[in-house]
Design a protein around this ligand. Structure first.
Ligand SMILES: [Zn+2]
Length: 388
């Protein structure tokens, strides 16, 4: 029996009325089990899901077929499981990743750690396993998703109706985006932990006051859904309609944001007071260290290398002796201290900097965020954001 994958690949990126899509629907059993549709984002995109009793599913965006999913176990969204061997000769529903590799004629790659996929001529086959692991043991395969877009570089179409983040957009009676309502919904989702704010962009609570101040041509907040990992980007612009897009990390890198003006230029009294207590940028040397202050304390955030693939930074509060040397020698002393941290393997317990690294302590996550906010206008990302 021949592989039916070409039938899937031929249909991708076409409209429902096109012959290859119609042929695929017949091959999936013809009988639709359910069709659901919802809009996502602004400008809105219509996401339609056609589920077939055979265990197949089509996902269309504004009538373009963006994904074909073969569910290998029954799910609430697909009553039955597909018989995978009818589509890929030799592949069983319980296949491991190695089994799939033997039956699928395509290069195996990974998008991030938990997402294996195959590169096919004219598309990709993403293998979904239970909890994004367990692909070495039979019985963990839950489905194969065929897409035109390379996995990892865009969002998974299956996440269009993620329960955590797809209901957050608020529309008014005229169906246009209710910016205030949406900002409130996003802020509430961030407060409850459903979304995580990216401290390298405008804080969601600052978005409206910054936009209304007119000091920035374009303001944008980015928040990552903790369930589906899509990044929600809400942008407000002078003389342009607001947008809200669901993006993958790689796509957000194309976005631009100028330097954020000082809070006292646009924040209300409470916000200005909060800023007074926050951590602030003092100085930095590109790629090496940042000096930040909070109250009368100084903190050095120094980069170090863990392996040639991974680096991190250690945040050290300067002690009395170090403060004194900094007052005497200035930046030269910081450079020397940063160098000692850099070569001092602060990730190892025997390092004198290990116990002092505030990012390792119980409040590590809070310190990381505070530093990120303090240096928001001074990172390589800030420089990249403002170009172009
Ligand atoms: Zn989500």
């Amino acid at each position: 029996m021949a592989s039916r994958l070409p039938m899937i690949l031929d249909a991708l990126a076409l409209a429902e009325r096109d012959a290859p899509v119609q042929r695929l629907m017949v091959a999936l059993g013809g009988e639709k089990f359910a069709a659901t549709e919802r809009y996502f984002g602004e400008p809105a995109v219509l996401s339609r899901r056609l589920r077939f009793t055979s265990g197949g599913e089509l996902i269309l965006h504004d009538d373009t077929l963006v994904a074909v999913v073969l569910h290998t176990v029954p799910t609430p969204s697909a009553t039955a499981a597909i018989t995978l061997s009818e589509w890929i000769p030799g592949a069983s529903n319980a296949a491991t990743l190695d089994d799939l590799k033997k039956s699928i004629d395509g290069r195996r790659r990974f998008a991030g750690f938990g997402t294996p996929y195959f590169e096919l001529g004219g598309g990709y086959a993403r293998a979904e396993f239970k909890d994004h692991r367990g692909w070495n043991d039979p019985g963990n395969l839950v489905g194969l998703a065929f897409t035109v877009e390379q996995p990892g570089l865009t969002c998974r179409p299956e996440d269009d109706n993620c329960p955590a983040c797809s209901e957050l957009l608020v529309r008014d009676d005229a169906e246009s985006l209710d910016v205030e309502g949406t900002v409130q919904a996003l802020a509430a989702a961030a407060a409850s932990g459903l979304l995580k704010e990216d401290a390298s962009w405008v804080s969601i609570g600052d978005l409206l006051p910054l936009h209304e101040s007119g000091l920035m041509g374009r303001v944008e907040s980015q928040l990552t859904c903790q369930t589906c990992r899509r990044i929600l980007c809400i942008a407000l612009e002078k003389d342009a309609e607001p947008t809200l897009s669901y993006l993958a990390l790689n796509e957000t890198r194309q976005h631009r944001l100028g330097p954020i003006p000082p809070v006292d230029k646009w924040g209300d009294a409470a916000r200005v007071a909060r800023e007074r207590d926050a951590m602030h940028y003092v100085d930095h040397e590109s790629g090496r260290w940042f000096l930040v202050e909070q109250g009368d304390q100084l903190y050095l955030d120094a980069r170090y290398v863990v392996t040639n693939m991974v680096d991190d930074s250690a945040l050290i509060q300067l002690d009395a002796a170090e403060l004194e040397q900094y007052r005497v020698a200035g930046r030269a002393y910081l450079a020397e201290l940063a160098e000692r941290i850099h070569y001092g393997s602060p990730h190892r317990e025997e390092s004198p900097f290990f116990a002092r690294d505030l990012k390792r302590g119980p409040e590590g996550a809070a310190y990381r965020e505070a530093v990120s906010k303090a240096i928001v206008n001074h990172t390589w990302l800030a420089q990249q954001r403002s170009e172009g």
